[in-house]
Write a protein that binds this ligand. Sequence first.
Ligand SMILES: Cc1cc2nc3c(=O)[nH]c(=O)nc-3n(C[C@H](O)[C@H](O)[C@H](O)COP(=O)(O)OP(=O)(O)OC[C@H]3O[C@@H](n4cnc5c(N)ncnc54)[C@H](O)[C@@H]3O)c2cc1C
Length: 503
Amino acid sequence: MIIDDQTYDIIIIGTGAGGGTLAYKLASTGKKILILERGNFMPLEDQNRSDVDVFKREWYHPSEKWYDNAGEPFSPQTNYAVGGNTKIYGAALLRMREKDFEAVQHQDGISPEWPLKYQDFEPYYTEAEQLYKVHGKSGQDPSDPLRSIDYPYPAVNHEPPIQEIVDAIATLGLHPATLPLSLTRQTDDPTGDAEVFGISLVLGFPNVTLKTDAKVVCLHTNASGNQVKSVETEIKGQKYLFSSDVVVLACGAINSASLLLRSANEKHPNGLANSSDQVGRNLMQPLMTAIVQLSTTPNSGKFPRTVYLNDFYWGEGDFPYPMGHIQNTGGLLQELIFAESPPILSVLAKVVPDIALEQLAKRSIGWWVQTETLPNHHNRVRLKGEKLYIDYTPNNIEAHDRLVHRWIGTLKQVEKTLEHSLFNRSSIYPRSEIPVQVTANHCGTCCFGEDPTTSVLDLNCRTHDVENLYVVDGSFFPSSASVNPTLTIIANALRVGKHLRNW
Ligand SMILES: Cc1cc2nc3c(=O)[nH]c(=O)nc-3n(C[C@H](O)[C@H](O)[C@H](O)COP(=O)(O)OP(=O)(O)OC[C@H]3O[C@@H](n4cnc5c(N)ncnc54)[C@H](O)[C@@H]3O)c2cc1C
């Protein structure tokens, strides 16, 4: 074991949406910051732009195995790299709606109230949209929350085939809106992520050190158990111990919880900061179904997602419960998650020859249908020896099914109104639910709250049990909402960063 003889003010573990953004917020304080990231920089050619290769193979699955409810091993789709999962994400950055922060009755139970409200997050949403150069247009979606300032950049135009559908959807009295996207405005690498807008902005600071290929394996506390004393890390086969006044976990909702559970010791026998027995529990993965609309007219196969609908977000006439959110996918040749979908789409992707697959993808328009899942004590990250288990049973399924059928019905109506019959009217809409292996949009596991018996983190995302330990990633969510989580993770990192700047 090598003991690093330097001491740091802050150690940040992980460089995704939470960690990368927090590093940016803290770098200018002059505090001595060490960033530990288990992955490395991703060369541009390995990123989510590799056409059929990405679409067809499990490109972003690390070699490690996790285990499902039934004890079956699987390789998770999670990206260990500088920028974390934002290096492969779709960059759709949406604000949660005001009501998402309140207790809401769903068909399958209650989505709990957040201890802070939309108004508390609004200034940080604004800051997050500026930092991540979000391109959007307000005023199109009736569920839009109030904003103090408009989007910093204009919305991206729809591709012609999407524009035609958008116009047809609007004639049905629905409200298709332009999807807010993080974009660099550079042609070679247009997607904005936590490397571009977080880590790369801090590397020039003399007070900031980034160590890559640095996997944190355990947090050690002092004798009384109220402070993290050192961070045990493996770097190229060698173990190191690093120390700092403050330690921030930002490994993502599953890995942060797993690291706390792995760091159990005499003072914390159920896992570090786990006197509440809440660490790892209430794991949430919004229900997602991919729907493919087959077209007779080719498209480029490579274009950004640009449209979303929230007309059914809070329900509809005879179903007064939240149903969820709908987005078009990007061009199917670059939509990573399609390659990960179970039966229909993934089998298709794996058996169809490359050229045929490319042609098929270029004659398709994809849609994501997303529904909030509710926190459940039994849905959890759990350790048995060295093995990491994901116990997960989806809920709120009826609301999701309803939205899926509603959307397919809408697409059928739309096709009838298209003069030139862009689509083949085959009425076949291959669709597929997203399995637990795809860790997109995971959250929960270290919920924040005022009561240390029912939450892991306080309102500043500091653990109730350990004075100098924070968790700043998707773990802190008390409920998942139906919109994608990352803008809220970024906004929260800026909020906690403001607190830590004065620490
Ligand atoms: C294909 C795909 C598409 C998506 N599209 C969208 C979208 O359009 N909009 C949206 O809002 N969200 C999207 N998401 C979700 C989004 O990527 C996540 O919500 C977000 O990245 C989570 O941020 P995080 O900080 O919690 O964790 P992550 O971004 O996962 O970052 C965790 C970091 O910790 C590092 N790490 C983990 N363990 C250790 C360890 N032991 N030691 C050191 N480092 C460690 C990881 O390497 C990583 O860098 C998508 C996700 C995927 C996979």
